[in-house]
Design a protein around this ligand. Structure first.
Ligand SMILES: Cc1ncc(COP(=O)(O)O)c(C=O)c1O
Length: 484
């Protein structure tokens, strides 16, 4: 290997390890030459090599920058056209089948949106001194709603520091973000009501709504900017919508990020119509670059429109089952619903999370895992671009860890899921993310995995299977009842 190739390899490793995240500027050639004790010409050759490989790019007069992955030239997934009419969902055996595959520890975990250990905070949990838990006055009695004061204080403090003044009295602790959402829906809807939701949408939401006897109105989601405000306007003028459920920051499965101006606009539109906005901010802390994106709640200082839900499931540990819901207007209703449903969230995990969130190590932990997610996403995108058919479209999330993939319109992704399951590979088929038969040719992958030759072989297998004519059995594009 020549000297310039060695240096290119070293720089590539530094980029992939997150030393220079996507979009950052590399040190100048002179500085790099001195760091590597090599000549400027050698460094120039090394950088040319990385430019040819698509890892960095030269911007005129500004220097060399780390590029988004090569396949960025692939088109973003297509946006569905107009909203569908509300649908009452019936129980689906497919959801149970996919969850069984996803949670089977023998399978390569590309299915569930659950980060593997290096992306979570298990070390923080192990390091907590028992003394710390005792100091919280934690005695294993019921931590009755709204929940352990120390945890509510830590959450309120974090929200206030991010520009959303929050009293601990308005924070209600829940069993994960899922329960936060269920409590919010129980407070503002009755069976038979219509609730709007971004589409494609996290299937847990759809199940929760089904459990509450709600009609679901799918609003198209733009892959980059999130929920289509035009489609929402159309839906609001046509159907009696009680609430909107949305994940503005790194939605699941598309990974879209709603611009701040859309968030403000959305809150104002819903307030004017008396529609409640249930905001899920579970992925907001996992941005790849810059500062944490703001939330819809930022634009609702009086707290009359937005109910905000979140949890530590994606950044600390999903098994702790600690989430929260904040709504100054509905706090007592939320507490009442929580008491009715399951009395209280377990007190020990509440004490653990209170201890972690109030320690300075929490911010360091988030700073450590963000570039890890960015690199993992880049590697997953590059592998898909390498192994999957040419007409594959992939999302370009700027945070979170789920990758949305649109395959050829004839590919039956549920059949692909079953073929993969036979090889001990779990993936999530697109049809789960809709109640109106859309996205049957799409899949979602979890990018937060320990990279290994086995994972790479799994992606090669999926790419190969996606070419198999026997899986190309879809013929009709799903009908759009709204335009029928
Ligand atoms: C958007 C979204 N909201 C909520 C949840 C559920 O979160 P929790 O495990 O905290 O209940 C998930 C899990 O995948 C999710 O993706």
């Amino acid at each position: 290997m020549t000297r310039y190739e060695q240096i290119a390899d070293a720089l590539r490793a530094q980029i992939l390890q997150g030393q220079y995240p996507i979009g950052t500027r590399l040190p100048g050639i002179r500085q790099l030459a001195s760091e590597f004790s090599a000549s400027i010409t050698t460094l120039q050759s090394a950088c040319n090599h990385l430019q040819d490989a698509g890892l960095i790019e030269a911007r005129s007069r500004s220097g060399l920058f780390v590029c988004p992955p090569r396949h960025a030239t692939l088109a973003a997934p297509q946006e569905p056209a107009a909203p569908h009419a509300p649908v009452a969902l019936t129980p689906r055996a497919l959801t149970a089948e996919v969850m069984r595959q996803s949670l089977n520890a023998q399978n390569i975990p590309l299915g569930a949106a659950i980060p593997q250990a290096p992306f979570l905070g298990l070390d923080l949990i192990q390091r907590i001194p028992q003394r710390g838990l005792r100091q919280l006055g934690h005695d294993l009695k019921y931590a009755v709603p709204p929940g352990l004061p120390a945890l509510r204080q830590a959450i309120a403090h974090a929200h206030t520091a991010r520009g959303m003044p929050t009293s601990p009295d308005t924070v209600v602790i829940t069993n994960g973000c899922h329960e936060a959402l269920v409590l919010a829906l129980r407070c503002v809807t009755r069976p038979g009501d219509t609730v709007a939701i971004e589409s494609p949408s996290y299937y847990g939401f759809l199940q929760a709504m089904q459990g509450l006897g709600l009609n679901i109105l799918e609003i198209p989601n733009h892959p980059v900017t999130g929920l289509s405000l035009e489609a929402l306007d159309f839906a609001l003028s046509r159907w009696p919508i009680k609430a909107l459920v949305v994940t503005p920051n790194f939605s699941n499965p598309m990974g879209s990020l709603m611009p701040s101006s859309h968030k403000a606009n959305l809150v104002n539109r819903l307030r004017a119509q008396g529609v409640v906005l249930i905001e899920d901010d579970i992925y907001g802390a996992l941005h790849y670059q810059g500062t944490r994106p703001d939330t819809c709640r930022h634009f609702d200082p009086a707290g009359d429109t937005v109910i905000q839900c979140s949890s530590v499931s994606k950044s600390l540990a999903p098994g702790l089952r600690i989430g929260w819901v904040v709504s100054p207007r509905l706090t007592s209703e939320l507490i009442e619903q929580k008491l009715l449903l399951n009395i209280a969230t377990a007190s020990h995990p509440q004490a653990v999370v209170a201890e972690i969130l109030s320690n300075h190590r929490w911010a360091q932990h988030l700073q450590r895992i963000r570039p890890r997610h960015a690199q993992a996403m880049m590697r997953m995108q590059q592998a898909v671009a390498t192994f999957f058919p040419e007409d594959t479209r992939i999302s370009q999330p700027q945070g979170g860890f789920v990758l949305w993939i649109e395959l050829s319109p004839t590919l039956d992704a549920t059949a692909l899921m079953r073929r993969a399951a036979a090889q001990q590979i779990s993936i999530t088929p697109g049809e789960l993310f809709s109640v109106s038969g859309q996205f049957r040719h799409c899949i979602r992958l979890n990018a937060a995995v320990d990279w290994s030759p086995r994972v790479e072989a799994a992606l090669a297998f999926l790419g190969q299977a996606a070419r198999d004519p026997r899986l190309h059995t879809l013929t009709n594009a799903p009908k759009n009842p709204a335009s029928a």
